[in-house]
Each structure stands twice: as C-alpha cells, then as structure tokens.
Design a protein around this ligand. Structure first.
Ligand SMILES: Nc1ncnc2c1ncn2[C@@H]1O[C@H](COP(=O)(O)OP(=O)(O)OP(=O)(O)O)[C@@H](O)[C@H]1O
Ligand SMILES: [Mg+2]
Length: 358
C-alpha cells in the first residue's frame, strides 16, 4: 500500500440534526493509498460521513484533513476528490463522453486535454467505443462504469463511493467488486467506500470501519473484524453467527450447566454471548483436544449448494434451551454422511474459535 496519495485524518467529527446525532465524535485515519470501507446498517451515518469528506455537509465540529491541509470549510469543487453517488447521477441530456468529460470542462481544460483524458478513463473502465451512446442506451453496469469514469477522469487523489453497486444484480455486483478493487490498486488513490453489505466490505477492503448509531464501533482488517468482533452488534452484523447466552462465574464460563473453554482470558463475572461461526463447527468424535463439545439433535438440514446448513437444538439438560447453526462444506466431506433431521449428533468447536462478547 505504498502510495503518494493523500491520507485523510478525521478528528472528533460530530453532526447533529436538531437533537439527533447523525455522527458522534468520529475519529478515523484513512492511510495513503488505502481502500477503506464504511460499513453499517441503514441510517447509521455512512453517507453523512462521506458527505463531510466530500464537503457537501459541514460538521458541527471536528476536523477533516487531506494530508496536512484542513479542509473542513473548503467547498466540494476545490477538494480534488472523485465521487460516485449511489444512484449514478449521470446527466441524462449528455452522452457518455460528455458525462465523463464534464469535471474536466469545469476545471477549464482544453478540448484536446478533455478528449484525451476521457478516452483514457473510458479505457480504464472498459467502455471503449461507447463514448457516443446516450445514457438511456446503457445497462445498469455500464452506467455504473460511466459514473466511475467521471469520478476518476481528473485523476483525483481521493475517491469516495457511496454504495455504488447496490443497484446491480448479484453476479455483476461481484464482478464489479473485483474490478473496482483492481482499479483502486492500479491508480494512485485513497478510496473511501460505503456499503451496508458485509460480504462486499470483507471482499474489497484493506480495512473496515464499522459504524452504528453515528459512532465508529470497530476499525480493523476484514480478518480482524471477522475473527475478533469486539461486541455483539458486530458479531451479529458481520458474517453468520449463533450468539448463545453464557455466564462467567469466578473465571469459569458456562453455557447452561456445562463449563466451556474460551480462547481469551476470562472476563469479569456476568452475562455474555458466546459467538459461534457456523463454519467453525465440525462433526466430533469426542477425542479432539482443546475442543468444546456440544450434543444435540438436528432440527433442520438444508442443502444450499456449496454447503449444507444444519440447525442443531442443543441438549437442554446440558446447555439450556438453545439452538446453533452449523455449516458443512459440500465436496470436502466426501464419504462423510450428512446428518439428517432428527439425528443425534455431537459437534466440536475449538477453544481457539470460542469467544465471548458483551
Ligand atoms: N438532512 C437531514 N435532516 C435530518 N436527518 C438527517 C438528514 N440527513 C440524514 N439524516 C439522518 O441521519 C441518519 C444517518 O443518515 P445517513 O444518510 O448518513 O445514513 P446511512 O448510513 O447512509 O444509511 P443508508 O444505508 O440507508 O444509506 C439517519 O437517521 C438520517 O435519517
Ligand atoms: Mg447512505
């Protein structure tokens, strides 16, 4: 991620609407050349933060720096940022070339400079030859590429994207995720990307900033956020998980009547949730070391293509009334019998994969 692109320092940014806090003391450093994703549910404040970076929204207080320069009062058109809005926001009366060239025209570039940069941007987003098309004659994915070309045509150091793929179907969205990431890697840019789709965030990002209720809840690499969510909201929001009520009493952790092992140092006495990722569970024979064993009955066994999803009702006498989900990959378990509904089974979860959140 060595890069000359500008880094972004966000410090104590707060934005209120009446007595509602859309952003609460958000501090965040986006590194030079980084692809950082703002991830959070609807209404969490993602767009508000992106608009603060773009200059369309002025925070009540706080600071935003691009490199060493304070920009919080600088208007959007002087910030040298490329922006892709959620709804494309293409100009319907202009053709593809005119749309893409518009930011260059605004910057007073000569006709030949505009032409050259538009051709380059068209080629980067793989739309060569479509410059003369009208916007109405494009597919959703092509419109998205035009919006992207328009955002990068003037080679901004910072690219902001607000849910740019949300209108596309799943297959195209997944293709574009990879393309956008490759594009970021091939240009000298710091990218801030907004999505509420956790899979998209995990796929594309160097780091993810999880936002909820206008606050930054956790910042880390996709792997860190997935394997070490620091609270129940994040454990639930990112990836699949079963969250089972657990208790800590005198340094021991209990699920119902059974003591279980956890990966981290014991927590203070109190109520917690044990986070179980469905793919971390395995069919156990009882001889595994450092493994929590859960016995129960298969309530549901559902074929889902690449995997089999099992819903297991745990033995209430040992674990209390709770169910958990388990995912068995199809293909790697050739010769292994897939458990069926009604079957009694024992599943294992390694101590290293067992952790509590509040
Ligand atoms: N101009 C405004 N006036 C009043 N409230 C606003 C205004 N703009 C945003 N809000 C509120 O601030 C909160 C955060 O809005 P924001 O658009 O940042 O959410 P978001 O995370 O982008 O959500 P989504 O995923 O639905 O796009 C919401 O509760 C929203 O209703
Ligand atoms: Mg939004």
């Amino acid at each position: 991620m060595q890069s000359n692109a500008l880094n972004i320092s966000i410090n104590d940014v707060t934005k209120t609407y009446g007595d509602f806090y859309a952003l609460k003391d958000v501090s965040l450093e986006v590194k030079s050349g980084e692809f950082l994703t703002l991830l959070g549910p609807s209404g969490s404040g993602k767009t508000t933060l992106l608009m603060v970076l773009a200059g369309f929204t002025r925070p009540d207080y706080g600071s935003v720096k691009f490199g060493n320069e304070e920009v919080v009062t600088k208007p959007p058109h002087l910030r040298d940022i490329g922006m892709v809005f959620q709804n494309y926001a293409l100009f319907p009366h202009m053709n593809v070339e005119q749309n893409i060239g518009y930011p260059q025209k605004l910057r007073g570039k000569s006709k030949s400079e505009v032409k050259e940069s538009v051709a380059e941007a068209l080629s980067i987003v793989k739309l060569d030859g479509l410059g003369h098309r009208g916007v109405a004659e494009l597919s959703g994915g092509q419109k998205q590429r035009v919006a992207l070309a328009r955002a990068i045509v003037f080679k901004p150091q910072i690219l902001l994207m607000d849910e740019p793929l949300s209108a596309l179907d799943k297959k195209l969205r997944e293709e574009m995720q990879i393309e956008l990431r490759q594009l970021h890697d091939s240009l000298t840019m710091t990218t801030v990307y907004v999505t509420h789709d956790q899979k998209e965030a995990l796929t594309m990002s160097d780091r993810i900033a999880v936002i909820n209720d206008g606050e930054l809840k956790q910042l880390g690499s996709p792997n860190e956020i997935y394997t070490n969510p620091n609270n129940a909201f994040i454990a639930d929001f990112i990836g699949e998980s079963s969250l089972l009520p657990a208790k800590v009493i005198s340094n021991k952790t209990y699920l119902g009547a059974s003591e279980i092992m956890i990966s981290h140092p014991s927590k203070d006495d109190g109520d917690y949730l044990l986070v179980i990722r469905p793919e971390k569970l395995f069919l156990a024979n009882g001889k595994e070391k450092d493994t929590n064993l859960f016995s129960g009955i298969v309530e549901g066994s559902i074929f889902q293509g690449e995997s089999q999803l099992l819903v297991i009702k745990l033995d209430p006498g040992s674990f209390g009334e709770q169910s958990l989900r388990m995912r068995l990959p199809n293909g790697s378990n050739i010769g292994q019998k897939v458990p069926i509904s009604g079957e009694k089974i024992s599943v294992g979860l390694r101590k290293s994969d067992s952790f509590l959140v509040e």
